[in-house]
Write a protein that binds this ligand. Structure first.
Ligand code: FES
Ligand SMILES: [Fe+2]
Length: 417
């Protein structure tokens, strides 16, 4: 596979794809345990930016949040100078988890096992009974505390989002996603954010199936009948897809102003429930914050990050692999710090559209499982993503699988296959 852009990786793995074409995806890629282990090493610990947390989750010095990169537990902290740090959540003594809670505030991070303490930047501060007891035991004189801190990660912040990387080769974040995706991200997240709440759901499928789903503009108005019925998102609306540098990131958008074309769907034999009304129509009582009448925007950054705006519901999604056939999906619902109480309510009400039981997104919670079940035990066969051609480029329409091909372009570059 030819390599270009931010996902180049020189440590190659054996190929599993039938050809160079990005339209042919072997099903083995979603079920192979050995490949999954390789992905954890080569992708998650490779030249990528992994989404970790929102800066607004850690507003005060001493605040911390725990999360994962791949399956490795990670702590994100804000130190006394306001600096953000990311480090592995694994004690340098015997490997126990240091922070046990999802989030908290602490002056020092203390391991419960033998009480070793770490500063907020992850450096080792104290060892219990360092000098032994009664002149016996304790640390040897040549024990170097500086060499026994929590393992540090590179960290970057963009638009209130914190990302971490294991690799010095990872490009700076804006170059990694490209200028167009960066501009859209600024447009959505360019103001200080307010954390509204979180849902977590377990998806019964491989992490790549959800990454594809996130980039699959083709399915949205077909699988999600709410979209179609209540006219939030139709392929016949004005819209498009922008694919970022190297294919790994994208934004797909639809505008409300045009294209509620019932005929386009009728001709395909797809029926919306035309006469159905919402009992509480205020659910969709939206304010146009984009200034361009956008009703829906979905964004991704390889390999863990998703963002969506459906009307005024904004959620940052984190994709966490939990084994070859299981994925955790974290939804962080956000607004802006300058939202008034009415806007807070509007966003919270519209957050019913998304999350594990969201009117729109609940189908995504099971569709990946339908795929995962159907491909068990299948070897040497492929799925195809031919909609919109074979290339990876920005497009005007959304009846295309261009951003899924972008995902595979990035995947193949990082994996060297
Ligand atoms: S494992 Fe953490 S102090 Fe021993
Ligand atoms: Fe979906």
């Amino acid at each position: 596979m030819a390599m270009d852009g931010p996902f180049d990786n020189q440590t190659a793995a054996p190929t599993r794809f039938p050809s160079e074409k990005l339209t042919e995806i072997p099903y083995d890629l979603y079920t192979d345990e050995g490949l999954y282990r390789q992905e954890l090493e080569t992708i998650y610990r490779g030249p990528v930016w992994n989404y970790l947390a929102l800066a607004c989750e850690l507003p005060e010095p001493g605040d911390y949040v725990t999360t994962y990169i791949g399956e490795t537990p990670v702590i994100v902290t804000r130190d006394r100078d306001g600096q953000i740090h990311a480090m592995e959540n694994r004690c340098a003594h015997r490997g126990a988890l240091v922070c046990l809670k999802r989030r908290g505030n602490a002056k020092l991070l203390t391991c419960v096992y033998h009480s070793w303490t770490y500063r907020l930047d992850g450096s080792l501060r104290g060892v219990a009974f360092e000098n032994g007891v009664g002149g016996e035991g304790g640390l040897p004189d040549d024990f170097d505390k500086q060499a026994h801190g929590l393992k540090q990660l590179r960290v970057t912040e963009f638009c209130g989002l914190i990302f971490g990387s294991y690799s010095d080769a990872t490009l700076d974040f804006e170059t990694y996603i490209g200028p167009e995706i960066a501009a859209h991200m600024r447009n959505i997240l360019g103001k200080p954010l307010k954390f509204l709440g979180r849902n977590v759901q377990v998806l019964p499928n491989n992490w790549k199936i959800y990454n594809e789903n996130l980039r699959d503009s083709y399915h949205a108005s077909l699988l999600h009948t709410f979209f179609n019925t209540f006219k939030l998102n139709r392929l016949s609306q004005e819209g498009g897809i922008i694919v970022g540098t190297g294919g790994g990131s994208h934004i797909s958008y639809g505008k409300s102003s045009t294209g509620y074309d019932h005929d386009a769907y009728k001709e395909e034999g797809i029926h919306s429930l035309k006469d159905m009304q919402l009992q509480d129509p205020t659910l969709l009582d939206a304010v146009d914050e984009s200034g361009e009448g956008m009703t829906t925007r979905i964004m991704s950054v390889f390999p863990t990050f998703g963002l969506q705006c459906h009307y005024n519901s904004i959620a940052v999604r984190q994709v966490l692999p939990k084994g070859v056939g299981e994925t955790e999906l974290v939804w962080n619902h956000v607004g802006y710090q300058d939202d008034d109480a009415e806007m807070d309510q509007r966003r919270l009400k519209q957050s019913n559209l998304v999350g594990p039981a969201g009117y729109i997104s609940m189908e995504d919670g099971c569709i990946g499982g339908f795929v995962q079940k159907a491909i068990q035990g299948v070897h040497g066969e492929i799925g195809v993503v031919p909609m919109g051609g074979e290339t990876v480029e920005s497009t005007k329409g959304r009846a295309t699988e261009v951003s899924i091909r972008g995902f595979w372009k990035a995947y193949r570059a990082v994996m060297g296959v």
